[in-house]
Design a protein around this ligand. Structure first.
Ligand code: NAD
Length: 254
């Protein structure tokens, strides 16, 4: 019972983890014993982020693929499984943001957002789940958002994609639970990262955020690690189809 959160002997593939929240989660899972596979579209970025973990004494390697390209994803997942070993934990973290008023939103940018945030989760999970089903065990964690539940001006496609991440989580749970695969999501509130840099710099936005969030501050990315370790470990073996909000209470407040 002391080892409920221990990830020793587990291998985690985290998409889009050369920087930002994914990179923090990589460090957090590594510190709890997991071997990490860092994904980025560019091999050199994935390798550099993996090397930084290795320099801290962790086991890590890089895997380059674009989550929107099913052939690339299938090849990369097969290669990881064959050369490194089983992917025990998949974190679908890769995501992008585009901001425009609704009626001016370019169709190409709608496609970009939906392809990475929504289709990327579908493609990557589909490939990894096949191996997990054969082993009859696995953990899939999808990174949602406040916009899995709440709309916000100028980011309607992002909200549509993150709402879909919630339902992908539930749908995959329903199909995969009987194979002892737990599919859950983490929905971060507002965290200061490169993605949110324009908002962090915007004083009006930050002062709105302090009032709107019961905790009255931005989230620190390392505060997502506890939720990820929980959902990646045997501590959550009967938790399935759940979206865990890590938001300083924002969703609880009007
Ligand atoms: P980030 O921009 O720092 O990191 C996103 C990563 O995804 C980057 O490394 C990028 O290279 C990668 N990526 C983008 N497209 C890709 C593709 N096609 N294939 C592979 N990798 C790709 O952003 P972040 O803030 O760290 O966001 C990580 C996740 O957390 C995203 O899903 C985002 O929607 C979500 N999120 C962030 C916040 C926040 O406050 N920062 C809040 C809620 C949810």
């Amino acid at each position: 019972m002391n080892n409920l959160f221990d990830l020793s002997g587990k291998r985690a593939l985290i998409t889009g983890s050369a920087r930002g929240i994914g990179n923090l989660l990589a460090s957090g899972l590594a510190a709890h014993g997991a071997e990490i596979v860092i994904n980025d579209r560019r091999q050199e970025r994935a390798d550099a982020a993996a090397a930084a973990l290795v320099a801290q004494g962790y086991r890590a390697s890089g895997a380059a693929f674009d989550v929107t390209q099913s052939v690339q994803v299938a090849q990369a997942v097969a290669q990881i499984e064959e050369t490194l070993g089983p992917i025990d934990i998949l974190i679908n973290n890769a995501g992008i943001q585009r901001r425009h008023p609704f009626t001016e939103f370019p169709e190409e940018e709608w496609d970009e957002v939906i392809n990475v945030n929504q289709k990327g989760v579908f493609i990557t999970s589909q490939q990894v789940a096949k191996y997990m089903m054969n082993r009859r065990r696995g953990k899939i964690i999808n990174i949602g958002s406040m916009q899995s539940e709440l709309g916000r001006k100028t980011i309607t496609p992002y909200a549509a994609s993150k709402g879909a991440v919630k339902m992908l989580t539930r749908g995959m749970c329903v199909e995969l639970a009987e194979y002892n695969i737990q599919v859950n999501g983490i929905a971060p509130g507002y965290f200061a990262t490169e993605m949110t840099e324009p908002l962090v710099k915007d004083e009006a936005f930050s002062s709105w955020l302090y009032q709107r969030t019961p905790a009255a501050r931005w989230g620190r990315p390392e505060e997502l690690i506890g939720a990820a370790v929980f959902l990646a470990s045997s501590a959550s073996d009967f938790v399935n189809g759940h979206l865990l909000f890590v938001d300083g209470g924002m969703l609880a407040a009007v």
